[in-house]
Design a protein around this ligand. Structure first.
Ligand code: UT7
Length: 331
C-alpha cells in the first residue's frame, strides 16, 4: 500500500544540563590531555546531568519545548517514541514515564533501542504510522543520561560521552515537503564492539558484576571508528539516492556527533562545504540517541534550516546499527 499521507517534522526542542565538564576537568580524573581529546575527537566539553535528574527528566523538558512550538496540546499526541540506551528503568519504559509527565493521555508509548541510530529509527517508525493514517501527531525523543553508565576511570570512554535530550513532533505535512526517504540497517555480528555486559537476563546484576565494572559502557573504539567512517558516508548517500536526488541537492547535513573525523569523512563524500554540516560535539560530546535531535534543534534555532531545504540525517551506533533519512524541511 502506498503512503496515504506525507509526514514531516513540524517542530523541535532540546535540553542539555547546565553542568559543564571540560577536557581540563577530565585531566584531573584520568590520564588524558585536552590536546589528545580535541585532536582525536573534536570534543572540548560535555554536559553532565545533576544527580537528581534521570533520562526522562531531560526528555520531558525537550518534549515540552517541541510541543510548545508545535502548538499542539498534550491530548493531541497519539504516540510517544523514546530512543534511549540509558532508560530510567527497564520497566516501565521511559516513553511511558514521559507520557504521564506531559499529560499525553491519549498517546501510546514505547522505547526504541538502536543506540546512536535510535532517533532516526524513531522518526522512520513514526513516519509509517502517519503515512498509513493510523496516527496524526507523534512525539519522537532521543534522550540519554550516559554519565550514569560511564566508567569515570576508563579514559577510552569517559572523555567521549555527554547527557542531553532532543525531541521533534512528526505530523501530516503538505505533499511537497516531509520525510522523502529513509534507510536503516543492522549488523548484530558487531554487537560485542559496543556493549553494557551485565544487568540483563544473560548476566544479571550481582556483587561480582558491579565489582568488575560490567554495568558500564565498553567500546572497542578503533573498530567502531572503522565501521563508522564507512557507514556514515554510505548511509548518507543512500538516503539521497532513495529520495531520487543527487548530492548536489543536499542543503544541510545533521550527522551523529561521535567524532569530528568521522563527520569529516561523510562531509567530503557528500561534497559539502563545512558550513553545510552541523557540529556541536565540541560543546556536548557524544550524546548517543540525543545527539541528532539536539543538533537538529540547534540548527533550526540558529536559522540554518529553512522550509524547502533538503536535510540529511545520518547516524550509526551500537548493535551495530545505522540509519539515515532525507527530509525536505516543512517550516
Ligand atoms: O557513538 C557511538 C559510536 N562510537 C564512536 O563512534 C566512537 C568511534 N571511535 C572513536 O571515535 C575513536 O576510535 C576514539 C576517539 C575512541 C579513539 O581514537 P583513536 O584514534 O581510534 O585511538 P585508539 O583507540 O587507536 O588509541 C590510541 C591510543 C591508545 O594508546 P596506545 O595503546 O596506542 O598506547 C589509547 O590507550 O590512545 C590512547 N587513549 C588515550 N590517550 C589519552 C585512548 N583514550 C585516551 C585518552 N587520552 N582519553
Amino acid at each position: 500500500m502506498g503512503a496515504l499521507f506525507c509526514s514531516g517534522i513540524i517542530s523541535t526542542g532540546s535540553y542539555v544540563p547546565d553542568n559543564i565538564v571540560t577536557n581540563k576537568d577530565l585531566e584531573n580524573i584520568v590520564e588524558t590531555t585536552d590536546e589528545w581529546i580535541v585532536t582525536r575527537t573534536g570534543i572540548r566539553e560535555r554536559r553532565i546531568a545533576h544527580a537528581n535528574m534521570a533520562t526522562s527528566d531531560m526528555a520531558v523538558i525537550a518534549a515540552k519545548r517541541a510541543m510548545k512550538e508545535s502548538g499542539l496540546a498534550p491530548e493531541e499526541i497519539d504516540l510517544i517514541l523514546v530512543a534511549t540506551v540509558t532508560p530510567d528503568n527497564n520497566v516501565p519504559s521511559t516513553a511511558c514515564i514521559v507520557q504521564y509527565s506531559i499529560g499525553a493521555v491519549n498517546a501510546a508509548a514505547f522505547d526504541i533501542n538502536a543506540a546512536c541510530s535510535g532517533f532516526i529509527y524513531g522518526i522512520i517508525t513514526a513516519k509509517q504510522f502517519v503515512a498509513t493514517g493510523t496516527y496524526e501527531n507523534i512525539l519522537v525523543i532521543g534522550a540519554e543520561c550516559l554519565s550514569r553508565f560511564t566508567d569515570w576511570k576508563d579514559r577510552n570512554t569517559c572523555v567521549l560521552f555527554g547527557d542531553g535530550a532532543g525531541a521533534v513532533v512528526i505530523s501530516r505535512v503538505d505533499s511537497e515537503v516531509g520525510i522523502l526517504s529513509q534507510y536503516m540497517g543492522a549488523d548484530g555480528s558487531g554487537g560485542e564492539l559496543l556493549k553494557v555486559e551485565a544487568g540483563g537476563s544473560r548476566k544479571p546484576a550481582s556483587l561480582e558484576t558491579v565489582e568488575q565494572g560490567l554495568h558500564y559502557f565498553y567500546m572497542d573504539g578503533s573498530e567502531v571508528f572503522k565501521f563508522a567512517v564507512r557507514i556514515m558516508a554510505s548511509a548518507a548517500m543512500e538516503a539521497v539516492k532513495l529520495a531520487g536526488l543527487t548530492r548536489e541537492c543536499v542543503d544541510y547535513l545533521v550527522p551523529h556527533q561521535a567524532n569530528i573525523r568521522i563527520i569529516e569523512g561523510a562531509r567530503k563524500r557528500l561534497n559539502l562545504t563545512k558550513d553545510k554540516v552541523y557540529v556541536n560535539l565540541d560543546r556536548y560530546g557524544n550524546m548517543s540517541a540525543a545527539s541528532i535531535p539536539v543538533a537538529l534543534d540547534g540548527a533550526v534555532r540558529e536559522g540554518l534550516i529553512k522550509r524547502g531545504h533538503n536535510i540529511v540525517l545520518v547516524g550509526f551506533g551500537g548493535g551495530l546499527t545505522w540509519a539515515s533519512a532525507l527530509i525536505k524541511w516543512a517550516y
